[in-house]
Write a protein that binds this ligand. Structure first.
Ligand SMILES: CC(C)(COP(=O)(O)OP(=O)(O)OC[C@H]1O[C@@H](n2cnc3c(N)ncnc32)[C@H](O)[C@@H]1OP(=O)(O)O)[C@@H](O)C(=O)NCCC(=O)NCCS
Length: 176
């Protein structure tokens, strides 16, 4: 019998994750991402419904010109979240950002999505590195980045909060 406190933790296999295009049917899930206080806890707080719906309409319309992907557990499944690549505030790098609806937290889906987006971005755009910025208080987000081998490069104060800027170098991925 395994003694208490000395239990062997089973590590589940990498969860399935599908990154694909947003479709009109994702509008409700997208709106939820903008208005849910848990999702927005470290992103400036929830938006009101009207503002959220405007953002969703803009996101769906701009999609062909943007690096934004729907995160789904499998192809054709309901929207679980979003992963995006945008110019970073530093004006030099591209930044990966990620958010999932709370019902999908805690199963490795966001980790798989960020890993896939990082790989796609580095390969397609020939980047030498990508960055991610997250509030120092956002422990789940920091664990995710560290799990994927991102390292903290610096901290800044932005939007009234301490932000950690993490970097992932393409050379480290090729070496892995
Ligand atoms: C940041 C955010 C995406 C992290 O979500 P998450 O559920 O912790 O991340 P994952 O989906 O990768 O799941 C990882 C967790 O599932 C667990 N897990 C279970 N099965 C797993 C598996 N097969 N593979 C990997 N992890 C697994 C991990 O142990 C981990 O839990 P832990 O952090 O308590 O150790 C989520 O909190 C969120 O959407 N927050 C709001 C938006 C936000 O703040 N974004 C960050 C700034 S851009």
């Amino acid at each position: 019998m395994t003694p208490p406190g000395n239990r062997i933790m089973r590590v589940d296999a990498k969860p399935p994750c599908c990154l694909d295009a947003l479709v009109d049917g994702d509008a409700d899930g997208l709106t939820q991402l903008y208005i849910d206080p848990r999702v927005r806890a470290f992103l400036g707080g929830p938006l009101d419904l009207a503002t959220a719906q405007q953002r969703v309409a803009a996101l769906l319309a701009d999609q062909p010109n943007a690096w934004v992907r729907a995160v789904r557990a499998t192809a054709g499944a309901p929207l679980a979240g979003l992963v995006m690549l945008d110019p970073h505030h530093d004006g030099e790098d591209l930044e990966i950002s990620y958010l999932l609806l709370p019902g999908f937290w805690g199963r490795g889906l966001a980790t798989a999505a960020v890993a896939q987006m990082r790989q796609d971005a580095i390969q397609t755009l020939g980047l030498s590195r990508v960055v991610a910025e997250t509030q120092a208080a956002n422990a789940a987000s920091i664990r995710l980045l560290e799990r994927l081998g991102f390292s903290e490069a610096r901290r800044v104060t932005r939007f009234g909060a301490e932000q950690c800027i993490f970097v992932s170098h393409a050379a480290d991925l090729h070496a892995a």
